[in-house]
Ligand binder design. Structure first.
Ligand code: ZN
Length: 532
């Protein structure tokens, strides 16, 4: 798409922010039955797409039908709606108006005050309206009522459950069979706890599926509502074994956090585990806009305190982002003499410890303000991502000092981390990760953790200063979370999560060099060679 002068059209430029990647994996280690499970899991995952659309834009088909430009239609599909997830959710289809902060989770004409009054009517009403797994709708009298997801999305939930049960019948691993059966039931009841526990109990399954309403990023009004998504995954046994030993180090790392005792009193679950996978299918929230390369689940704080979490490193997606995005960014923005520190193993470690770090700190405020997530509302996501970033780097540093990462060069981790900040700021202010990285950048810059050479516009990390800045920022974020201080968290992000004009000019250079911001997937049974 170009006009006659050869300049790419605005829509072509937008599409150019994403580079396509084929999601493939080595299936040779799978049994015949496991190979037959994959298409069923993919079909179940596709139902999450149907539900997610209804959570973020409805009706999808009339939106797509009204757009003539195929490039714009494609961009709507990438964004799951007419608002650009890489551009602060700005509308790119004319006439649709601004994105409602509450997406389709709440009535569009509902104010925050109206919600608070309704939720304050009784504790039962409040719990239902604030629920992770309910939509808020108007009742016949114009008031607000909660509609459980399994009723609002009854049909696609039932279809997904049926596919999960078919897959369960083929499962040879008893843990996987049990999980799939319980997950099917959960989609029909909105009670996910038993399936979350079963998911953490299964250890030897070669294939996995993460499916259901999980992340709350799309509810920008309150951050209460989970959006549907799915990942279909093949475990990488060899890399998983390499990662297994880090999970055991969590309790000691929690004790060493740079905050007073009260902010680290919770114990991270002892049997938390860490595994590497190749992803073969993404749908719903996980497939909207920028793509996740690592996950830490489940989000249920009760399950986390009881059994810890599982961290999933999505190796093929990670490798694609490193090769196609991080390396070209570093070539443009990192000083020549630090180029040699851009390294995939360091990138993998940074992302891995980011995920591990989600398990550190506290899930509950230390002053009876409930969970951190409830207390910090829509600020919770960006702050939690910022915490995971800086604590991840803190952990790499401590482990290396303790000799646990003997072959790692910390300079690689720090320089690759800075290149990673540039990569993530480009996700924009509508992404929790984008905001978290902009905040880190401003904090680190103020502390002299890196310097920009004004002639070439390249950045050089000062490792000792960055190390000190990481500890200081970790402490600040852990305190905001433990205190559940919504006003201070809002102020922190409003002041910090801002990209300065100078940095924006450097980031713009990446765009004009054609360096993509993120990846989109060519995926499915045909890509996997499982088609008929
Ligand atoms: Zn994270």
């Amino acid at each position: 798409m170009a006009d006659e002068s050869g300049t790419p059209s605005p829509m072509a430029r937008k599409l150019g922010q994403y580079t396509p990647v084929r999601l493939t994996a080595d299936l040779s280690g799978l049994s015949e039955k496991e190979r037959r499970m994959l298409p069923l899991l993919i079909q179940a995952a596709q139902e999450m797409d149907t539900i997610f659309w209804r959570q973020v834009y409805s009706p999808r088909d009339s939106l797509l039908g009204a757009i003539g430009d195929p490039g714009m239609r494609r961009y709507v599909l990438i964004n799951y709606g007419p608002w650009d997830r890489l551009d602060g959710n700005r509308a790119f289809v004319s006439g649709v108006g601004a994105r409602p902060p509450g997406a389709e989770f709440y009535p569009r004409d509902m104010s925050k005050d109206e919600f608070k009054r309704a939720a304050g009517a009784s504790s039962a009403a409040g719990n239902a309206l604030r629920g992770l797994y309910t939509l808020v709708r108007r009742d016949s009298a114009g008031g607000l009522r909660a509609v459980p997801y399994h009723e609002a999305f009854a049909e696609p939930s039932r279809r997904a459950a049926a596919k999960l049960r078919e897959a369960a019948a083929l499962a040879e691993d008893p843990g996987l069979r049990r999980y799939l059966e319980l997950r099917a039931r959960a989609l029909e009841t909105d009670d996910y706890q038993a399936s979350d526990l079963a998911w953490l109990d299964m250890k030897r399954n070669p294939i996995d599926v993460v499916i259901g309403p999980i992340e709350t990023y799309d509810d920008e009004l309150f951050g209460y509502k989970a959006a549907h998504e799915a990942y279909v995954l093949i475990k990488d046994r060899e890399w998983s074994d390499r990662l297994a030993r880090y999970a055991a180090l969590l309790p000691a790392l929690q004790r060493g956090l740079p905050v007073p005792e009260a902010y680290k009193r919770e114990k991270p679950g002892a049997d938390s585990d860490l595994n590497a996978y190749d992803a073969v299918y993404y749908t719903g929230q996980s497939n909207a806009g920028s793509k996740t390369i690592a996950i830490n689940l489940p989000n249920d704080e009760q399950v986390q305190l009881k059994k810890g979490t599982r961290r999933l490193q999505l190796k093929n997606a990670m490798r694609a982002k490193f090769d196609k995005i991080l390396v070209p960014i570093a070539e443009e923005l990192i000083a020549d003499d630090q180029q040699s520190h851009i390294d995939f193993d360091a990138f993998f470690a940074n992302v891995m410890f980011h995920e591990v770090a989600h398990g550190l700190g506290v899930k509950n405020t230390i002053n009876r303000r409930g969970t951190v997530r409830e207390a910090l509302k829509e600020q919770a996501g960006a702050l939690e991502e910022g915490k995971a970033d800086v604590l991840g780097l803190y952990m790499v540093t401590r482990l290396q000092q303790q000799g646990e990462l003997a072959d790692a060069d910390l300079d690689d981790n720090y320089v690759t981390y800075l290149a990673g900040i540039f990569r993530s700021i480009r996700f924009g202010a509508s992404s929790a990760h984008g905001r978290a990285n902009a905040a880190q950048f401003s904090f680190f810059e103020e502390r002299g953790a890196f310097a920009r050479d004004s002639a070439g516009g390249r950045y050089r990390v000062d490792v000792p200063k960055m190390r000190a800045a990481v500890d200081a920022l970790a402490e600040q974020i852990l305190r905001l979370q433990g205190d559940g201080d919504y006003a201070a968290a809002s102020r922190f992000l409003a002041e910090r999560a801002v990209v300065s004009p100078a940095v924006q000019r450097d980031l713009d250079r990446l765009g004009s060099r054609g360096i993509p911001v993120d990846i989109i997937f060519e995926q499915g049974v045909d890509v996997l060679g499982l088609g008929k």
